[in-house]
Design a protein around this ligand. Structure first.
Ligand SMILES: *Cc1c(COP(=O)(O)O)cnc(C)c1O
Length: 341
């Protein structure tokens, strides 16, 4: 039996067609700006979001960390949600790379608002930390894949404009958000100074993220990428996979969301499940009843049935649907979830 892997949407492998695109990519040295496929990918993504330029990097951590570095000075403060990836899962990079501290805000399912942000902006006094950047995440990983629509972002943008703050979006799963909100990439692009977009999450590419912004910003970002050791040479081989993913794998994200919804529905009826965070996109986070089963035991039981999931705290489980999780696998997973009760 084939293993069903629901630990993350990063576990997908390139399809035959994607491999073919990679094999046929025109290549050059991207540190000299001479890799035609990387240049094409950067232009494609910049145009998509209505921005002047983009920069291809090896990971979403790198694109986020470069953005923070360019937007801030050492000693500054940025504002983000308490569950945000940049704060929790980037190895302390905010302070390590940029000498910046984070002021954490508790959002509504991870979503910040102008009302929540405004009181956290420091006034202009010598003894207060200089607030220079607001970071949003869309979709929001630790909040169960919740998302912002453009009408929720506009007031945050207005506030940042009025207060002279930069606004960055960690859009690791931006297309999952856009599929549900029905906003276009350009609509959301207009509100941010920079956006990080991942190709290796729901889109199924093996590696890569892009940082999108205006020319001057990307020029600085390119220098920081080199400082961070992230300059790549014949990166077109990876960029080709990214182009393939963007041209073929966005629309189908809706299928992942429907399969996640189906899993939510069944979990809500299971006697060992205490609660399920509302499922909005492709992430399912649920809590197990303490007196029924622990997270680790649940993980083991599913593994015995060839299903991989990740426990996310003692009683909490996360499952993520993706390109390589088929309808057949969904039915099998539902069968096992019912069987183990
Ligand atoms: C995965 C992810 C990233 C980037 O992670 P990398 O593994 O460094 O590519 C950034 N933000 C969020 C919300 C993510 O889920």
């Amino acid at each position: 039996m084939q293993i069903i892997d629901l630990r993350s949407d990063t576990v997908t492998k390139p399809s035959k067609e994607m491999f073919l695109a990679m094999m046929n990519a025109e290549l050059g040295d991207d540190v000299f700006n001479e890799d035609p496929t990387t240049n094409e990918l950067e232009k494609f993504v910049a145009d998509l979001f209505g921005k002047e330029a983009a920069l291809f990097c090896s990971s979403g951590t790198m694109t986020n960390q470069i953005a923070i570095k360019v937007h801030t000075q050492a000693g500054d403060e940025l504002l983000c949600d308490v569950n945000s990836h940049i704060y929790n899962y980037e190895g302390g990079g905010i302070s390590f790379n940029s000498g910046v501290q984070a002021k954490l805000i508790t959002g509504n399912e991870g979503r910040l608002s102008a009302e929540l942000i405004e009181p956290c902006i420091n006034g202009n006094f010598d003894w207060l930390t200089n607030t220079s950047l607001v970071c949003l995440e869309n979709t929001i990983n630790r909040a169960g894949g919740s998302y912002y629509s453009c009408h929720q972002i506009k007031p945050i943008y207005d506030l940042c404009q009025a207060q002279g703050l930069k606004l960055h979006l960690d859009g690791a799963r931006i297309f999952n958000a856009l599929i549900e909100s029905n906003d276009s990439p350009k609509q959301i692009g207009q509100y941010f100074d920079s956006i990080s977009v991942c190709l290796s999450k729901g889109l199924g590419a093996p590696v890569g993220s892009l940082l999108v912004g205006e020319k001057e910003f990307i020029k600085k970002a390119r220098r920081i990428r080199k400082v961070f050791g992230g300059g790549m040479r014949q990166s077109g081989i990876l960029a080709a996979a990214g182009l393939y993913a963007l041209k073929n794998n966005i629309k189908r994200l809706k299928e992942d969301h429907l399969r996640a919804k189906a899993l939510e529905k069944i979990l809500l009826t299971m006697p060992y499940v205490d609660s399920v965070l509302p499922v909005y996109t492709n992430i399912i986070i649920f809590n197990l009843k303490k007196d029924k089963i622990s997270g680790l035991d649940f993980e083991k039981k599913l593994l015995d049935e060839q299903i991989k999931i990740s426990s996310f705290g003692k009683q909490t489980i996360r499952m993520v649907t993706h390109l390589d999780f088929t309808e057949e696998m969904l039915l099998k997973t539902i069968e096992i979830l019912i069987k183990i009760q």
